[in-house]
Design a protein. Structure first.
Length: 78
């Protein structure tokens, strides 16, 4: 996937997870309740994290090393 496709996927999955989070908030669903929407949120979060990691790699390929400022500590030694 290229940068544009990955960014589009991150945006899509972010909206999906946000929608589920908002639904749970409206219904005042406790975090400990592991219903259907909780598992949907888990799957959405997993997919979002996957594409976020891919986005990080694409950014590193584009900009090289030493360009990070705010997210420099998020690399965990990568």
């Amino acid at each position: 996937m290229d940068l544009e496709q990955t960014l589009a996927r991150v945006a899509e999955l972010s909206r999906e997870e946000l929608s589920i989070v908002r639904k749970r908030a409206e219904e005042k669903t406790p975090a400990r309740e592991h219903g259907h929407d909780y598992h949907e949120m888990e799957r959405a979060a997993d997919r979002l994290d996957h594409y976020a990691h891919q986005l990080r790699r694409l950014h590193d390929e584009e900009f090289g090393h030493g360009w990070r400022h705010e997210s420099e500590q998020d690399t965990g030694g990568e």
